[in-house]
Each structure stands twice: as structure tokens, then as C-alpha cells.
Design a protein around this ligand. Structure first.
Ligand code: ADP
Length: 643
């Protein structure tokens, strides 16, 4: 078999160069974390080898004693981190180390502010891993060979982090990866046993593999030096230890490793479940949403272990997608070690672990919402939108999830969602039967919607929903605490006992006298509207659009249309305000052209005020201008002077 080339020099993806510069600046005060990152990668590589070796023992190449070695060389001024894990092929080196295979990298870079403190946090959110080597090194050399590949398929990668790297195919007996850091001139204090031990203990004690350093002892009498391997870390699975013996720092460092996060988590959930199906979970809620949270396929979350042996990553069977922000591990005592992804599909034990774990997470959130409201507010800000998917996806926990939701409402018009359905129900008016909500594209569109006029007048609270997912979520929470959810932009408004007898009579009367006007508007607008009727939703606006009871809210229609779905036959109902001067003036309007203009203007205005888009904006503007001119407020000579 011929090996293609040799040596080539390649350019980093432009993003990497930018990331490297940013990282070196922002992590400079915490340089020692480079070692944590390299050890974390080595540990992942060992996990991967163990998993692949479950179906092919030969991959161990006779060396199943997985370890991580750390060493330094004072003369050469290098630090070396080596593992006998899975290793990488040439392609993998180029893909993994020369490219950031993370979707959304561009967007991430655009979100950088130039403010050092903020960007430092952001870089943590992105997770820079391997590249943190360049904080302390001005050259990094990596040797690797993928387990199972021939010795002649080893790879040498080298870069000074300046925009280019070289890759070379080499002969390498040992599988796994070795990273050599050539330290920058002023980083000599890392070349010390004491210092490296300290860093390993501090950040990597929880790694379940032994992390070993050479220990040199000299026997002066015999003039002999012996080099032994000394295990530096505790090397037991953190989650198996008693909770009260684990320190906050240990939990935090463990989290940073499993989550590839630079920051401490917001909360943790550590449980040991006993009984017929025994398992442990050590799960965390990050303090910030990762930049790729929106990717429902992104399953970096929870790792599966069986009796402390890593089995697999990225597993979508362990938690539902709406909990994809959870990080950590689940360790089963009962599953077979050779379980495959396929076997997980229909496994009763996995199903039980999954539903038990979901319940534990929901309880933790419930406790946080009750006892640590500020923390819960942070959680909601970061992950609320994702949790809402649960209302749609997880039927069995729908009511519990509904309680965890937080909303903006007309109660305080606070754009930060902080009101629960329980708060709302507790404040409902005497005689109010339903929970009212409005969906809109933005908070200000929602807050100022004409549909709220009557609710504001009567002091009835309305939930203001502005996330895309709300369109779906709101149709899935049919009721809460026995109270039906009702969109204020849908169907005939029936406020039941909240309505005045007086008002109702007025409305009926108006309906009769305005009948000819309603019909005339309908004829003018034709198919644009399904119906034209009198409203009692409005106090100040002349008209609004509503969907019929079975129809689709205008905001949902817009959403579907923008996603390219053609929507047929969902024309709105136009409701007009009998008290409004324009409507009154229209009753008398004899000029047919003028009447047409008014009818279309009313329709377009109503559409605009709820955040809709006009089919023909220029036509709207033309009609408006004609109206101004004909009303005599502007003389034609004035228009000419303006021009
Ligand atoms: P992350 O670990 O967050 O994915 P890194 O930049 O640290 O990001 O590493 C990028 C990828 O390079 C890893 O996902 C892994 O596929 C590969 N990699 C890094 N270090 C090793 C190693 N020691 N052995 C095998 N693969 C590695």
C-alpha cells in the first residue's frame, strides 16, 4: 500500500486564527488550563478506544491498560502529554485540529464584542480545547496514530499557531496521541514536578484513568537512578463517591471536563438510584447556553457508562431533545457492557433510566424555581426556549413543564419573562374563566397590539408570547389548572361574566345599524377577508384582524409562510370598532372611490399594527397620500413647494 504524501503545509481555517488570537489574550490570566484541556482530550480518546474495542478487541493492540502520561524536559523546555487512546488518522487530524467542525462558528465570531471581559466568557462558551496549548507554547508538535491503522500511517502535525500547520505521514509504533508543547520563553515555571502535580490535582483529579508522571529516584550509594511511574490523580469515578465527600471544586472540574465548558455550572443533580435497575447520574445545568443550543441534533450532552466503563457519547436515547442542555454522565449497573446504539433503541432499562432521570431533572428545576428564584431566572433566560419544546414533545410531563414556564404579561409589561401560570391564575378576575394569551413577533408588537385594548381597559391580564416556539407550545397547553388557554386574536371574543350587560346591548345595537356598512366593506375587500363584523375588543383603534376559532393565528401563519409553507384559505376576519370616528364617517361616505380607499387602509393598518406585512405597501402609501390630499389638510400647492 502506498502512502500518499508526506509532508504538506496547510492554512488554518481563518476562524481558527481569529480564535487563537482571542484565546491567547483572554485566557492569559488562567494559562494553566491548557493541561486540563489536553488531559480531557486524552481521556476522551481513551473512552473512544474502549468503546470501539467492545466490538473489536484487536484495537487495543495488546495494550488495554489505558493511561495518560505527562512529562517535561527542562533542557528542551517542553511538556508532553501522551495517551494510548484511539489516536487520529491523517484525515482526522486535518478535520479535528485544522478545522472547527462546529456549526455556527462564524456567528459565534460575529457575536464577539471586543470587550475583553465579555469575550473571555464567550470563548469559554465556545470551548477551545486543544488550541489552549498556544497560550503557553509557541510551537506544538503532535504525533498520533489511529488504533488499528498500520504503523506506517502515523501522523506528525506541527504548528506555531501563526496561521499555518504542517502534516506529515510518519512511521509510529504506538497508537494514541502525543502532544509536545514547546514553551514560550517566559513560561519556564511550568517545567516543574511540583507545579504540574498541582495543576493535575486541581483540575484533573476526577479523570477516571490514571494520569502518570515519571518519578526519578537516585540511589547515591549505588549511583543509580530509577524512573518509576507515579499516579498523580485519585482516578476513581467521581460519581461513585459519597456526596458529602466530594468538594465543590471537584464537582466543578468534573463538569468542565464532561461539558467542555470553561465556566462553573449553574446547578448539579447527583443521584444514586438503587433497586432492580441500579444507576447513578451526575448531571449539570450549564450557566450559559452553548452557542449551538438551537441545533436539536447536537447531542453532546450526556455520556453513558456501564459499571464505570465509558460506553458512548452523544446519546439521544438518554434524554429527550428538550433537555439537550443537560451535561454529565449516567452510569448503569445493569446494562450489558457490549450494548450498542441499536440495542439502546428498545431497551426497557434505558427507558426506565430515561424517564427516571427526566423526573429528577424536573424536580431539580421545580426546587430551583421555588427556592432560588434568581438562579431560576438565569436558567430561564438561557434555556427557557428549549424547555418549552417539552410542552410539545413530552406528553407525560406536560403539566409539570407548564408550571415551569415563565412569561411576560400585561400585568407588568416586563419584557423579561418572569410570571408563571400559577401567578396568572392566582390573579384571575372574578368571573374570568380563561387564560388569555397573545402571540406576536416581538415584545413591543405584543405589548402594543390593538387586540389588548379591551383587556387593558378591563384589567384582565394577558400572556405576551414572542418566541417562535410559543406558536406551537401554546396550542399544546390546552388548559392549566382547569382553565382553558385562549388566544386573544382568535374567534369571537366572549368575556363571559366579565362583560357588561350594557356593553353587550350596545354592541348588538351597533351590529344592526352597521350591517349595511359591514356588507359594503366586505364587498370591497372581497376575498381578503372571510367576514367583516363589529368588535368590542377595541377601544382606540378602528379595526383589527382575527382568526376564526379553528383557524390559525396570523403570527403562526406568518411563521409558516416564512418557512416556505403555502397557507391556503386562512383569511382573517376583520373586526371594526363602532365607536371610532373613521367608522362613523364611513357610514356616510357616498364617494365610492373614497370608500374603497378607506376600506383598504383600515385593513392594511390592522395588518400593520399586529406586525403583519402588506402585500402591496406602495399601494397603501398611495391611498394614504390621496386621502391626506383629498381631506384638504394639505393643499396641492404645498406639496409642490415641498418637492
Ligand atoms: P473538543 O475537545 O472540544 O472537541 P478540541 O479542540 O480540544 O475540541 O479537540 C478537537 C478534536 O480533536 C476532538 O474532538 C478530538 O476529535 C480530536 N482530539 C483532540 N485531542 C485528541 C487526542 N488526544 N486523541 C484523539 N483525538 C483527539
Amino acid at each position: 500500500m502506498t502512502i500518499e504524501a508526506h509532508q504538506e503545509t496547510l492554512g488554518f481555517q481563518t476562524e481558527i486564527k481569529q480564535l487563537l488570537d482571542l484565546m491567547i489574550q483572554s485566557l492569559y490570566s488562567n494559562k494553566e488550563i491548557f493541561l486540563r484541556e489536553l488531559i480531557s482530550n486524552a481521556s476522551d480518546a481513551a473512552d473512544k478506544l474502549r468503546f470501539e474495542a467492545l466490538s473489536d478487541d484487536a484495537l487495543y493492540e495488546g495494550d488495554a491498560d489505558l493511561k495518560i502520561w505527562v512529562a517535561f524536559d527542562k533542557d528542551a523546555r517542553t511538556i508532553t502529554v501522551r495517551d494510548n487512546g484511539i489516536g487520529m488518522s491523517r484525515e482526522e487530524v486535518i478535520d479535528n485540529i485544522g478545522t472547527i467542525a462546529k456549526s455556527g462558528t462564524q456567528e459565534f465570531l460575529k457575536s464577539l464584542t471586543g470587550d475583553k471581559a465579555k469575550d473571555t466568557q464567550l470563548i469559554g462558551q465556545f470551548g477551545v480545547g486543544f488550541y489552549s496549548s498556544f497560550i503557553v507554547a509557541d510551537k506544538v508538535t503532535l504525533f498520533t496514530r489511529r488504533a488499528g491503522n498500520e504503523a506506517s500511517h502515523g501522523v506528525k502535525w506541527e504548528s506555531s499557531g501563526e496561521g499555518e500547520y504542517s502534516v506529515e505521514t510518519i512511521e509510529r509504533k504506538q497508537h494514541g496521541t502525543e502532544v509536545i508543547l514547546h514553551l514560550r520563553p517566559d513560561e519556564d515555571d511550568f517545567l516543574s514536578d511540583y507545579r504540574l502535580h498541582g495543576i493535575i490535582k486541581k483540575y484533573s483529579d476526577h479523570i477516571t484513568l490514571p494520569i502518570v508522571m515519571p518519578k526519578v529516584t537516585t540511589d547515591k550509594d549505588k549511583d543509580e537512578t530509577t524512573i518509576e511511574e507515579e499516579v498523580v490523580n485519585t482516578a476513581t469515578a467521581l460519581w461513585t463517591r459519597a456526596k458529602n465527600e466530594i468538594t465543590e471544586e471537584e464537582y466543578t472540574e468534573f463538569y468542565k471536563h464532561v461539558a467542555h465548558d470553561f465556566d462553573a455550572p449553574l446547578a448539579r443533580i447527583h443521584n444514586q438510584v438503587e433497586g432492580t435497575n441500579e444507576y447513578s447520574t451526575l448531571l449539570f445545568i450549564p450557566a450559559r447556553a452553548p452557542f449551538d443550543l438551537w441545533d436539536r441534533n447536537n447531542r453532546r450532552g450526556v455520556k453513558l457508562y456501564v459499571r464505570r466503563v465509558f460506553i458512548m457519547d452523544d446519546n439521544d436515547k438518554l434524554l429527550p431533545p428538550y433537555l439537550r442542555f443537560i451535561r454529565g454522565i449516567i452510569d448503569s449497573n445493569d446494562l450489558p457492557l457490549n450494548i450498542s446504539r441499536e440495542m439502546l433503541q428498545h431497551n426497557k432499562q434505558i427507558d426506565a433510566i430515561r424517564s427516571g432521570t427526566v423526573k429528577k431533572i424536573l424536580s431539580a428545576l421545580e426546587n430551583m424555581a421555588k427556592n432560588e428564584q434568581e438562579k431560576y431566572a438565569t436558567f430561564w433566560k438561557e434555556f427557557g426556549k428549549v424547555l418549552k419544546e417539552g410542552v410539545v414533545d413530552d406528553f407525560s410531563n406536560k403539566q409539570r413543564l407548564a408550571k415551569l414556564l415563565r412569561f411576560s404579561t400585561t400585568h407588568d409589561d416586563n419584557p423579561t419573562p418572569a410570571i408563571s401560570l400559577e401567578d396568572y391564575v392566582g390573579r384571575m378576575k372574578d368571573g374570568q374563566e380563561k387564560i388569555y394569551y397573545l402571540t406576536a413577533e416581538s415584545f413591543s408588537a405584543a405589548k402594543n397590539s390593538p387586540h389588548l385594548e379591551i383587556f387593558r381597559k378591563k384589567g384582565i391580564e394577558v400572556l405576551l408570547l414572542t418566541d417562535q416556539i410559543d406558536e406551537w407550545a401554546s396550542t399544546h397547553i390546552i388548559d392549566f389548572d382547569g382553565k382553558q388557554l385562549q388566544s386573544v386574536t382568535k374567534g369571537e371574543l366572549n368575556l363571559g361574566d366579565l362583560e357588561d350587560e350594557e356593553e353587550k346591548k350596545e354592541a348588538e345595537k351597533a351590529s344592526d345599524t352597521l350591517k349595511p356598512l359591514l356588507e359594503r366593506i366586505k364587498t370591497t375587500l372581497g376575498d381578503k377577508v372571510k367576514e367583516v363584523r363589529i368588535t368590542h375588543r377595541l377601544t382606540t383603534s378602528p379595526a383589527c384582524l382575527v382568526a376564526d376559532e379553528q383557524g390559525m393565528d396570523a403570527s403562526l401563519e406568518r411563521l409558516l409562510k416564512s418557512a416556505g409553507q403555502p397557507i391556503m384559505g386562512n383569511n382573517p376576519i376583520m373586526e371594526i370598532n363602532p365607536q371610532h370616528p373613521i367608522v362613523n364617517a364611513l357610514k356616510e361616505e357616498a364617494d365610492e372611490n373614497r370608500f374603497n380607499d378607506w376600506a383598504f387602509i383600515l385593513f392594511d393598518q390592522a395588518l400593520l399594527s399586529e406586525g403583519g406585512h402588506l402585500d402591496d405597501p406602495a399601494e397603501f402609501v398611495k391611498r394614504m397620500n390621496e386621502m391626506f390630499v383629498s381631506m384638504g389638510n394639505l393643499s396641492s400647492s404645498r406639496i409642490i413647494t415641498l418637492n
